[in-house]
Write a protein that binds this ligand. Structure first.
Ligand SMILES: Cc1cc2nc3c(=O)[nH]c(=O)nc-3n(C[C@H](O)[C@H](O)[C@H](O)COP(=O)(O)OP(=O)(O)OC[C@H]3O[C@@H](n4cnc5c(N)ncnc54)[C@H](O)[C@@H]3O)c2cc1C
Length: 406
């Protein structure tokens, strides 16, 4: 038996929806993730005939991209049971964390656009809701080659400001600089939520937020990044050379407003990460448990050896602590969107990602030599989990930032 889900207080409709998500995640995402992970050239992950596009299409066909957009724009945010959203997200992370991040990030600029009253933003959110093929893909362009953790920490030192800067000339911002090769969906995105320095004298605190199409003149991309974990997740740089960004796309020209809402952004992103990687932790535990019941050594199934039993119980405890903690935090933050608990969200991100890494490593130990073999999913799960302690902010740096919200 794998882990029994003891959060049973969900409606029949939600249970039916979860069955659909489980089917999609295990029959489409899991095998696609394994196939994409094995491609040695990250260019192949995004080529025309790649199974990646099938995942995008099926995800959109199931309306999983509508969860955070209001009904008036074509979304389903008001109808969403928060627990359903949590359980679905965990299941997607269980199936393939890298693809889940790719799908999640692809919605970010459009979810954000829905929150701004300007006609251009509202239209963008509407167009996204109507997209059932995956033709609109978002990314979150924040990290720069020389500014990683600086973005997580913020600050008003003029010498430590964004390298991507925008200067308002008439009705356009002239934007120059480079976002790093770590931008998720960076080479396949059609739109970006772009953090851009507008007031260099205010350092990181002088940034604005633009939500832009990426086919504007002066914008180009780097090559897909070759990396260790979450290989199905496309990443790559975005380069701005005198790019002209119409003023209507500068959703937040006022840095003070952006700073005042930093907490909401941190809570949202870290909260999502905590659920995805609690799902991955559970997947690694399940694999180890199943393997331990089959593998015979010393005349009995390895599950019968006390050290293996003890390790499984410790893994079980860690996984359940991470899942319960992520759910508790997410339910609170769903109910308090304007004043979420940032500290709980960051703590949950750190706990889930560290748990996923630890449990995947323990699972590898239980698999013995086969834990290292491509034949089994554990070595991929370990690599995917390890990346998460750096993703969306290094855990240590996020923890430092979170103390500002204590
Ligand atoms: C899988 C994955 C997906 C990602 N997706 C995106 C994305 O969609 N968009 C995007 O913009 N970025 C993305 N990133 C980038 C990610 O946000 C950065 O990698 C992260 O913020 C760390 O920045 P860095 O890699 O430059 O490390 P650095 O900032 O150089 O940090 C290196 C080390 O130094 C320490 N350190 C650095 N500065 C400080 C400090 N001031 N105080 C204390 N310690 C410090 C850190 O703890 C860390 O251990 C992604 C990264 C990964 C791994």
């Amino acid at each position: 038996m794998t882990i029994r889900d003891i959060d049973i207080n969900v409606s029949k409709d939600v249970k039916a929806m979860l069955r659909e998500v489980e089917k999609f995640s295990m029959e489409v995402m899991r095998p696609a993730g394994i196939a994409l992970d094995r491609l040695s050239d990250p260019e192949d992950v995004i080529k025309k005939e790649s199974v990646l596009w099938d995942v995008f299409k099926r995800f959109r066909e199931m309306d999983l991209h509508l969860l955070q957009i209001p009904k008036r724009l074509g979304g389903m945010a008001e109808d969403l049971d928060p627990m359903a959203a949590i359980l679905m997200t965990e299941q997607l992370g269980y199936a393939d964390a890298g693809l889940t991040i790719s799908m999640g990030v692809s919605s970010l600029p459009f979810n954000a656009a829905a929150m701004f009253p300007m006609p251009a933003m509202q239209q963008l959110a509407k167009d996204f809701c109507g997209d059932k093929t995956g033709s609109l893909i978002g990314c979150w362009a924040i990290t720069e080659p020389d500014h990683g953790s600086d973005w997580s920490l913020g600050g008003n030192k003029p010498k430590c400001g964004p390298s991507v800067t925008g200067v308002l000339k008439g009705d356009e911002y002239i934007v120059n600089g480079e976002k790093s090769e770590w931008v998720s969906n960076g080479t396949i995105a059609t739109h970006a939520m772009l953090h851009v320095g507008l007031y260099p004298e205010r350092g990181m605190d002088g940034q604005g937020l633009a939500i832009i199409p990426l086919d504007l003149p002066g914008i180009s991309r780097g090559k897909p990044l070759d990396k260790m974990g979450q290989r199905p997740l496309n990443q790559g740089s975005i380069i701005f050379q005198d790019a002209r960004i119409p003023k209507k796309y500068m959703a937040v020209p006022n840095p003070d407003f952006l700073k005042a809402t930093t907490g909401q952004g941190l809570a949202n992103v870290n909260g999502g990460m905590s659920i995805v990687f609690a799902g991955l932790a559970k997947a690694a535990y399940d694999e180890a448990y199943r393997y331990s019941r089959k593998r015979v050594q010393g005349g009995s199934r390895i599950f019968e050896h006390k050290n293996v039993k003890l390790k499984l119980m410790q893994m079980f405890t860690r996984v359940e602590a991470a899942r319960a903690n992520a759910r508790r935090m997410a339910l609170y933050n769903f109910a308090n969107p304007m004043k979420p608990s940032v500290v709980h969200a960051v703590a949950a991100k750190c706990l889930s990602t560290e748990t996923a890494t630890r449990v995947a490593s323990d699972a590898m130990q239980i698999f013995g030599g086969y834990g290292l073999a491509k034949e089994y999913p554990i070595e991929k799960m370990f690599r995917d989990a390890r990346a998460s302690m750096i993703e969306d902010g290094v855990n240590e740096v996020l923890a430092i930032k979170a103390t500002e919200f204590m």
